[in-house]
Ligand binder design. Structure first.
Ligand SMILES: *Cc1c(COP(=O)(O)O)cnc(C)c1O
Length: 375
């Protein structure tokens, strides 16, 4: 059996090595390392794939979130509601911009923002909400958009884990995740579903004026070189990363199917087990399984993690400390917030290997190892 990895980037690269190496060499030949043709091409390709006019590339997914919040015209002290059960970047940028992070609880089934908890956190200072499509499954966008309309909030969709997923409204209208809110953001960190071979990120919006604003912010607040209209930053996707992404974007749907096949295998092996809750699949979306995350009940997930490690099966806890309990937010007294589901999940989730290169022998070994431990 091939060694099992949490994410197998090497196996995936081996299949596209010829094209990728050539594309990198092409960039080296032109020496247009920054703002090369590959970057413009990729922005256009991604905009076609997502069905949205404006794609603004940037340096990473955290910058994408930061630029989104900078471009929305918020004032210091304005409240921004995010889940606490997420990667820290979602909420870190809120505090970095001197906005106030406020946390909503999540739904124990989808792991995504619970609209009822969101509504409870809304005050007259709330200006924006950042739903996260966690682990590759869309947040309940209709309910979130309805609340945003009702209270006049901007919506920033953190789509770093769910690019390629979609959301279907009850009337049947279907959109790619990240294209529903005021602005969507994503990350091309190597292990993401659409990963570069370094850092990268992007923002998407249907609003042309906002798009222009985001573009300026990502480029030192200038439209015309050396004429700086607003405070910005320096956040670029480089040409080599864009060249690689141009090769991988047409493969994204195939990559997603491979992840879903692995998820089906796990689901089948664990079905009905009294100590395992397999990932819930909401009917309004197609889960793209950035992570395959179980809830363990009546078993110690840290012991399972050690047991698997001894058999060379990696597993991970995403995330061991929720945002509202991180020391960085101590001054907001966020740890005092009652987020029962978030705290409950944080103690019970465990993620198994999930990537495009898992074969049935490996999947079988992983499942048997998990079941051996629990039985
Ligand atoms: C990865 C990730 C980010 C940040 O992306 P980077 O490219 O690493 O900066 C933001 N939000 C979520 C939910 C992520 O998973």
């Amino acid at each position: 059996m091939r060694p099992i990895q949490m994410v197998d980037l090497k196996g995936q690269y081996a299949k596209i090595k010829g094209e990728v190496d050539q594309a990198i060499l092409d960039v080296l030949e032109t020496t247009a390392f920054i703002n090369g043709k590959q970057v413009t091409d990729f922005s256009r390709n991604l905009s076609v794939y997502l069905g949205i006019d404006n794609v603004i590339p940037c340096a990473n997914g955290t910058d994408a979130l930061q630029i989104a919040l900078m471009g929305l015209g918020l004032e210091p002290g304005d409240e921004v509601i995010t889940p606490s059960f997420t990667f820290i970047a979602t909420t870190e940028v809120v505090a970095l911009l001197r906005l106030k992070p406020v946390f909503a609880d999540v739904d124990p089934k989808t792991f995504c923002m619970d609209p009822a908890s969101l509504e409870k956190q809304i005050t007259n200072k709330t200006r924006a909400v950042v739903p996260v499509h966690l682990y590759g499954q869309s947040a309940p966008m209709k309910e979130i958009m309805d609340l945003a309309d009702k209270y006049g909030l901007k919506v920033v969709e953190d789509n770093a884990q769910a690019i390629g997923s979609d959301y279907t409204y009850p009337d049947g209208k279907k959109y790619k995740t990240g294209t529903i809110g005021t602005v969507g953001t994503t990350s091309f960190f190597p292990s993401k579903n659409l990963g570069a071979y370094g850092d990268g990120g992007a923002l998407f919006t249907r609003d042309n004026l906002l798009a222009e604003n985001f573009r300026m912010i990502a480029n030192h607040g200038q439209k015309k070189r050396y004429y700086h209209e607003i405070i910005g930053c320096n956040s670029r996707l480089d040409s080599i990363q864009a060249a690689i992404l141009n090769i991988k974007l047409p493969l994204l749907d195939e990559y997603i199917s491979k992840r879903r096949i692995a998820a089906d295998f796990y689901d089948h092996a664990f079905a009905g087990h009294p100590k395992i809750r397999t990932p819930y699949r909401a009917s309004y979306t197609r889960h793209v399984f950035h992570q395959y995350t179980l809830i363990l009940e009546g078993a110690d997930r840290n012991k399972l993690n050690e047991y698997l490690a001894a058999k060379n099966v990696p597993s991970m806890i995403y995330y061991p400390v929720p945002a509202h309990r991180q020391n960085m937010f101590a001054s907001f007294q966020s740890g005092m917030q009652q987020l029962e589901v978030t705290d409950w999940l944080t103690e019970r989730v465990i993620s198994l290997p999930m990537h495009t290169e898992l074969d049935t022998e490996q999947l079988g070994f992983i499942c048997n190892s998990v079941l051996e431990f629990l039985n």
